[in-house]
Design a protein around this ligand. Sequence first.
Ligand SMILES: [Zn+2]
Length: 136
Amino acid sequence: MRKINYIAVHCTATPQTTSIDSIRNYWKTNLKWKMPGYHFIIKPDGEIVQLLDISKVSNGVFGHNHEIINISYIGGVDKNNKAIDNRTDSQKATMLTKLKELKKQFPNAIIQGHRDFKGVKKDCPSFNAKKEYENI
Ligand SMILES: [Zn+2]
């Protein structure tokens, strides 16, 4: 297993109705990524889907992917593409459960949002993940 220094929380910055298939297709076709953007993605109904084994490197935070696990909820923007915290209660609950599980597995990993990495000029994940999960 590689060394995990961070667990990075993301939003997909898409409508909440966006399918995981179309997100994967965008990564592959438009961005030409060989690996998915996240290890885990959480649907509005709270179902979590694993896209990549955590031993492998995904594509969530430029320059940090070797040391992080990326986890995302579907949503995070309003209809004008502006950042909004529109997580469903189910997404919040699943995210919390998964983060607790990962933190148990990687006790030294820091949980923070994509935007909390140095030099990142994004609103992702559209809420203060560092604060919300500081006591996990
Ligand atoms: Zn992100």
